[in-house]
Design a protein around this ligand. Structure first.
Ligand SMILES: C[S@@+](CC[C@H](N)C(=O)[O-])C[C@H]1O[C@@H](n2cnc3c(N)ncnc32)[C@H](O)[C@@H]1O
Length: 348
């Protein structure tokens, strides 16, 4: 159990919830309540207590827990949801009533939010890899969760007024485009020989409980994301990609027999390294780099803001989509919003 002062700081300022008025309001209540902070403090090392705690409450409500608190969740009562400013007291009451189950959930689950739109980051990266190789390449996602990004080739994309992928797919990903550069051709990708994921806790798209956990991690107001999640889960459940149980740190041992030696590999991780404890991040990087011992390795990642930021006057807060080539050269391809609502190309 981590110290309450650190957890209080995390709940006191939550820019990550700027599109969730409910979670923004509830965060303030949690920050001021030691009993609630103590529940959130059961989060495992490296896991964000904010996402886990609100996810656990949402999970119980989606499972049918009857309580006044449900009236504040658009995900449960739709447009009839009450003003979030009145939610604090019912929230505290709900947490007291369900303290035992919340403790179990918070201490045993991981933040596994699988954002379908992040497939666009993979597609952008593969379009950049295409400048180096026609393939075939093996794609491996680290922190694949339920594997929704690994079915990137089954979706349609509308980016900055251009369309790519399958225009008739039930999953259509929309993103804005900013910055000086043109939208790359996202249909011109290297040939994909295979896709696979690695995750310490692979979720199964066909499992109702896993689906509920994934749904619980979507913020209650975010109906569009919830709808995309459902649609993508249907695609993945019909044809699930292989997701190996394991951590990036030890991935080479897990993957050694399944990836052909010599065939180029594209390792991808997005919103995953940030959920690894700081002390373990070097081992995380080394575990992925080890895949380069048997074949040319491209590492595509989106985890941290660009540093230094090449934009003359950065107006948008996002993370760098970075590509490390087999020769070690690293280049930021773009800045992307965390949920891929927009992409900003970079000067030069
Ligand atoms: C926030 S989710 C992101 C899922 C997916 N990349 C996406 O963006 O939609 C983070 C995932 O990383 C996984 N994870 C946590 N630690 C990991 C590690 N050491 N190696 C690989 N995956 C890890 C978690 O289980 C979880 O499924």
């Amino acid at each position: 159990v981590t110290d309450l002062a650190r957890i209080r700081t995390l709940f006191s300022s939550t820019p990550e919830f700027d599109t969730s008025p409910l979670y923004s309001a509830l965060s303030q209540r949690v920050a001021a309540d030691d009993e609630l902070l103590a529940l959130a403090a059961h989060a495992p090392r490296g896991q964000y207590p904010t996402f886990l705690f609100f996810g656990a409450v949402h999970y119980l409500l989606l499972g049918g827990a009857t309580h006044e608190l449900a009236e504040f969740y658009p995900s449960i009562v739709g447009a009839a949801a009450r003003d979030p400013r009145g939610a604090a007291a019912p929230f505290a009451g709900f947490c007291r009533e369900h303290a035992a189950r919340l403790t179990t959930l918070v201490s045993s689950r991981f933040v596994q939010t699988n954002i379908v739109a992040r497939s666009l980051a993979l597609r952008l990266g593969l379009a950049a890899v295409r400048a180096h190789t026609r393939g075939p390449v093996q794609v491996v996602e680290f922190g694949a969760s339920a594997g929704l990004n690994l079915r990137f080739d089954r979706y349609g994309y509308r980016v900055g007024g251009r369309r790519f992928g399958d225009p008739d797919a039930k999953v259509q990903i929309d993103a804005g485009w900013h910055g000086p550069g043109p939208v790359p051709d996202l249909d011109d990708l290297p040939e994909i020989a295979g896709v696979a994921g690695v995750d310490p806790r692979p979720l199964r798209a066909e499992d109702p409980e896993d689906r509920r956990w994934l749904r619980a991690l979507v913020w209650p107001e975010n109906a569009r994301q919830a709808d995309l999640l459902e649609r993508a889960l249907a695609v993945v459940a019909a044809d699930p990609p292989t997701i190996w149980r394991g951590r990036a740190e030890t991935a080479r041992a897990v993957l050694a027999d399944s990836l052909p030696r010599g065939e180029p590999r594209v390792a991808f991780h997005i919103a995953t390294r940030m959920h690894v404890a700081v002390a373990e991040r070097d081992a995380f990087d080394a575990g992925i780099a080890a895949l380069g011992q048997d074949a040319p390795l491209y590492v595509l990642s989106a985890e941290v803001p660009p540093d230094p930021d090449p934009r003359p006057r950065p107006a948008r807060r996002g993370v760098a989509l970075a590509l490390r080539q087999p020769n070690g050269v690293v280049r930021d391809l773009a800045v992307v919003e965390g949920h891929l609502r927009w992409v900003e190309s970079l000067p030069g």
